[in-house]
Design a protein around this ligand. Structure first.
Ligand code: GLP
Length: 241
């Protein structure tokens, strides 16, 4: 892992956006991997700015998102497809039929997981993936557990994740209890990864990801096995390194 400590969320967003822009300039039919949460929003703004400035054209890319809540329709305003449309895709020229988000309404999540990973493979694999990190070390919605999940799968969300994500809902009771997420194996197959984190609340998870021995109890620590991970932090998130 290569770790850079930058001034603030804005500087991190600009740096991460430049990775997506240069990836797309080098390879206009890139396969790009996206995440939700507040951490990637400055990155998405940087990509939108570059597109509006005429620096980059996203017409040739294909995209895959990490995860989706189970039980929320694609147009639900707390769903992750809706989040991505609002924060990124409505402002770029990515063809909508090449935007992929796991189906939170799938009748059979085992089949959905197999099909989602197969679609990533059929697209040629993900070239560049952005990740945030949960306070408990989750990436995507891979929660701490005793094995690293291999493929896209249904997850039971932990109380700490429900607590952290209730800010986006009217109350904790409305946060879905399940999600469908790329597996750690799916994520490790990506060619290049950029992980962004800010704030003291992420410091412990960042320390476990980078400094501790890899363990599925900190899912992000699996990134130690990946050869091309760039971690962009502010001083607070890096404060326990
Ligand atoms: C959710 C998402 C993760 C994200 C995490 C952190 O749980 N599934 O992909 O990394 O939130 O969100 P934030 O960046 O808002 O702290």
């Amino acid at each position: 892992m290569i770790c850079h400590i930058l001034k603030d969320a804005d500087a991190i967003g600009k740096a991460a956006a430049s990775l997506f822009v240069s990836q797309t300039l080098r390879k206009p039919d890139s396969v790009l991997g996206f995440a939700t949460g507040s951490s990637p929003i400055p990155t998405y703004q940087g990509m939108i700015d570059a597109y509006k400035a005429g620096i980059v054209d996203f017409a040739g890319v294909t995209t895959f998102n990490l995860d989706e809540y189970c039980g929320l329709a694609p147009d639900h305003d707390q769903g992750y497809r809706y989040f991505m449309m609002q924060n990124l895709f409505d402002h770029l020229n990515v063809p909508h039929d090449r935007i992929h988000v796991p189906n939170g309404l799938a009748a059979d999540f085992d089949a959905e997981g197999v099909a989602y990973d197969a679609a990533i493979d059929a697209a040629g694999g993900i070239d560049l993936q952005i990740l945030g990190i949960g306070h408990n070390g989750h990436i995507g919605f891979n929660e701490p557990c005793d094995v690293f999940p291999q493929i896209t799968h249904k997850v039971t969300l932990t109380e700490s994740t429900i607590e952290a994500n209730k800010r986006f809902f009217a109350s904790a009771d409305e946060v879905p209890r399940y999600a469908v997420s790329m597996g750690i194996g799916t994520i490790l197959k990506v060619r290049s990864i950029v992980l962004v984190a800010t704030g003291k609340g992420k410091a412990e998870a960042v320390k476990k990801m980078i400094k501790d021995d890899p363990s599925p109890f900190c899912p992000a620590s699996a990134l130690q096995f990946h050869p091309d991970v760039t971690v962009l932090l502010d001083a607070d998130a890096a404060s326990l390194l």
